[in-house]
Ligand binder design. Structure first.
Ligand code: MN
Length: 498
């Protein structure tokens, strides 16, 4: 049965959406949060475990100090207060990927709380998201259900569990209710998660690769008739793992819940699954606020009490954060606000910075990444980063142009060669024979041929009308397959006629 939906524009005209977003980030520590099992991506199943991460009886956890430091870094970057003392708690539930039958997490004493994050939207507007808390916990193992149609447990023949992921440190960041986003709620949700991802990378606490599940978002959505009404019943779409999916999940839930409310029914408080293939969500399990996880303080771990001196040391060593970096680069590069926003939205800021570092001018770097390369990436439906050309190659392409060795038109052919794996720009120029013809000899032959072929134009130029000179230059460019230096051709034509 197809889910009934209200058209998005109609839904947001009549209902006020409120969001709540929980983001889990896997920390890039060398070892797990409570034991010395190594952490690396792609290892054989169940090779990175210890008695602690397998939950064997009698195994005792030890806190990973780096994990605590990374959590504090995240808390500080999100403008949070850092607890003077806090504890771990057991969150009890039974599931095969949690071998201890509880997740070691934090409950009423998170390490970081009461922060905020300014999120820049597509048009440059700043939207502030209030942060409730950021707490430390551990990841669960990974279940693989084999034999079913879609990887779900329903219909599967058997299930496998890989405990390599069990015990990897996580920080979970929970927002306060995000109100006031209105019809921009899906964009706010996506941009919030994107901004967090950029911060994790800048802080060097995680590779933060969405496609590897390093960053996962649970997206809560509810609707109410007006911004003054009490909060409506929310649903929580779990484990959304791409920016685009975050946006689509919010959009879908707004349309779906509006249809439920329009029909005079009640939104069911439940978790929901997001489906990549069609952008829909479907019901998961009923979730009440009173889910009884029987939280209690973890008796095997002492409280974490980061000294103020340590916190200040970490604060002082925080790297430049993305928003500050953008402001700095905007000044250094001399782009307009609109140009800079386009660069950010295209995900080109790192590429342009690296191209400038390799010697290109900011304007030159922007021209290539936002122009020709963006077009090609678009046509191939890949990201700019995925193109097989490096910032250093773009910088050397620019310098070949600046030195007059090639012109813009030839540069595009050089780029074809670079993208086809023919080597660096200079090699492609040499191998394909693309250098600009600056020798006057061959140019003069082509110019004379063009002048002889178009005597009427020659007459006009002689009589002082320089307008038609473009036609002569065009013929010469054509005859030299675009390899002539247009400026030099113009000089020679004028000499020849004059
Ligand atoms: Mn969690």
């Amino acid at each position: 049965m197809a889910t009934k939906l209200v058209a998005y524009d109609d839904a947001v005209k009549r209902y006020d959406p409120v969001l709540g977003i929980e983001v889990h980030v896997e920390l890039g520590t060398k070892t797990k949060m409570f034991c010395a099992a190594e952490v690396s991506f792609g290892a054989d199943p169940n090779t990175q475990t210890t008695p602690v991460s397998l939950g064997l009886p009698g195994a005792l956890p030890v806190v990973n100090g780096k994990g605590v430091e990374y959590a504090i870094r995240i808390g500080l970057a999100l403008n949070c207060s850092i607890a003077e003392t806090c504890r771990f708690a057991r969150k009890n539930y039974f599931y095969p990927d949690v071998p201890k039958n509880f997740q070691t997490s934090q409950y009423d004493e998170p390490i970081a709380y009461d922060g905020w994050l300014d999120v820049e939207l597509e048009d440059g507007e700043i939207f502030r998201v209030e942060i409730e808390r950021a707490h430390m916990e551990e990841d669960a193992g990974k279940n693989t259900h084999v034999g079913g149609a879609d990887g779900r447990i329903q219909g599967a023949d058997y299930s496998l569990v890989d405990y390599n992921r069990a015990g990897i440190p996580l920080v979970e960041i929970v927002t306060k209710p995000i109100e006031g986003a209105g019809d921009r709620a899906p964009e706010v949700a996506r941009k919030y998660v994107e901004t967090l991802r950029d911060i994790f990378r800048a802080l060097d606490v995680s590779e933060a690769r969405m496609e590897r599940g390093n960053v996962r978002a649970d997206v809560n959505v509810s609707l109410r008739p007006t911004p003054q009404s009490p909060l409506g019943t929310r649903t929580e779409t779990k484990n959304v793992n791409s920016f685009r999916s975050v946006e689509r999940a919010v959009r879908f839930e707004i349309g779906r819940q509006a249809a439920v409310l329009d029909a005079g029914e009640k939104v069911v408080q439940e978790t929901r699954h997001f489906h990549e293939e069609d952008g829909t969500t479907s019901a998961g399990r009923i979730k009440s606020d009173a889910d009884d996880y029987r939280y209690f303080p973890e008796p095997d771990l002492v409280p974490v009490a980061p000294s103020r001196a340590w916190v200040e040391e970490i604060r002082a060593a925080l790297p430049e954060l993305p928003a500050a970096r953008r402001r700095r680069l905007l000044g250094e590069w001399g782009f307009t606000d609109v140009e800079m926003r386009d660069v950010i939205n295209a995900g080109a800021i790192d590429l342009i910075e690296a191209t400038v570092a390799a010697g290109a001018t900011p304007a030159g770097a922007r021209k290539w990444w936002m122009g020709e390369l963006a077009r090609r990436a678009n046509a191939d439906e890949v990201s700019l980063e995925a193109l097989s050309v490096t910032p250093a190659q773009i910088a050397s392409l620019e310098s070949l142009i600046a030195d007059g060795k090639i012109n813009d038109k030839l540069a595009r052919q050089v780029l074809d060669g670079v993208l086809a794996g023919e080597g660096d720009p200079a090699e492609v120029v040499a191998d394909r024979g693309l250098e600009v013809v600056s020798d006057d000899g061959p140019l003069l032959a082509a110019i004379d041929a063009a002048l002889t072929a178009q005597p009427d134009i020659v007459e006009k130029i002689r009589s002082g009308n320089l307008g038609p000179i473009g036609a002569i230059i065009g013929s010469v460019m054509k005859a030299t397959k675009g390899q002539a230096d247009a400026k030099r051709v113009r000089e020679l034509v004028l000499e020849r006629i004059g």
